[in-house]
Design a protein around this ligand. Structure first.
Ligand SMILES: [Fe+2]
Length: 278
């Protein structure tokens, strides 16, 4: 185990954090399969990500309220006091004032199901399936569940994933990643990506194994990508607007979503596998 400093840039502004893990360069070859990837029919297939329309205004508001209700439920379960009349998601960090409490909240909000929402997640799978030209589902066969995770990111905190690819985990190899802004998402908080990085072969990537990277005492399921042969990661924030979604390949390097604002950022993360046709 070695302690490293992950140095990268976000829209040209430097950012660094400490990460512990065993880092190695991969073997030759590219994991991303250009022919039948879920993004292969899009005009942004070489970029690895695209911003698309997801909701109309009424749907978005219902979805947002549902997310707030789930977070408030996590407060109630953990006995966290807050003002039910005035609470807004952007003030989350004023209610949840310690890392210990935050971990208790996200222990609930990281693992939600379709039943926790007033909005049918499969409606989105269908919509995005039409955009991508492949039928999609919210059901992940290998996990025997859907993946619906609220991401809560407090200002100037280490509530971040390391830069990573989800596709290193077998159940995320053939999915489209979906990231939807809910509250406080802007050019200073939105999820960063490394454009075109799904095309980088493994021998040009320095990374850990899965569950092999620890930041601020938290060990992540996903491997941490420290840098590429080209150097430190120069990431950008595509910054989808309210009602839009960021869709991307599971092999696109993303993460390090540091919140450079004064409000809590809330987003939602989904993954939709292709429906297998015989
Ligand atoms: Fe991810």
């Amino acid at each position: 185990m070695s302690a490293e400093i992950c140095q990268l840039s976000l829209d040209g502004v430097p950012y660094e954090f400490n990460v512990e893990g065993e880092f190695f360069w991969g073997t030759e070859g590219m994991l991303y399969k250009p022919e039948d990837s879920v993004i292969s029919k899009t005009p942004w297939r070489d970029l690895g990500y695209g911003v698309v329309s997801a909701f109309d205004a009424t749907e978005f508001e219902a979805f947002r309220q549902s997310i707030q209700a789930n977070i408030e439920k996590a407060f109630d379960v953990n006995g966290i006091a807050y003002n039910k009349e005035t609470f807004t998601l952007g003030d989350y960090h004023k209610v949840v004032t310690s890392d210990a409490l935050h971990l208790k909240v996200i222990d609930i909000t990281r693992n939600l199901t379709n039943e926790d929402f007033d909005f049918n997640i499969d409606t989105l799978a269908e919509r995005f399936g039409k955009i991508l030209g492949y039928p999609l589902t919210s059901w992940v066969e290998e996990l025997q569940k859907s993946h619906i995770q609220i991401r809560i990111n407090r200002p100037s905190s280490l509530d971040i994933n390391p830069p990573h690819r989800d596709g290193y985990l077998s159940y995320w190899e053939d999915v489209v990643n979906v990231w939807i802004p809910i509250e406080g998402c802007n050019e200073n908080t939105s999820l960063p990506v490394l454009p075109g990085s799904h095309l980088i072969p493994e021998n040009e990537i320095l990374r850990t194994e899965s569950k092999g990277a620890t930041i601020n005492g938290n060990t992540y399921y996903v491997p941490c990508v420290l840098k590429t042969k080209a150097g430190n990661l120069e990431m950008i924030r595509p910054n989808p607007k309210q009602g839009e979604a960021l869709l991307f390949s599971p092999f696109l390097i993303h993460g390090a979503a540091v919140n450079r604002s004064t409000a809590t950022r809330v987003s939602i993360e989904l993954r939709f596998p292709k429906i297998k046709t015989t």
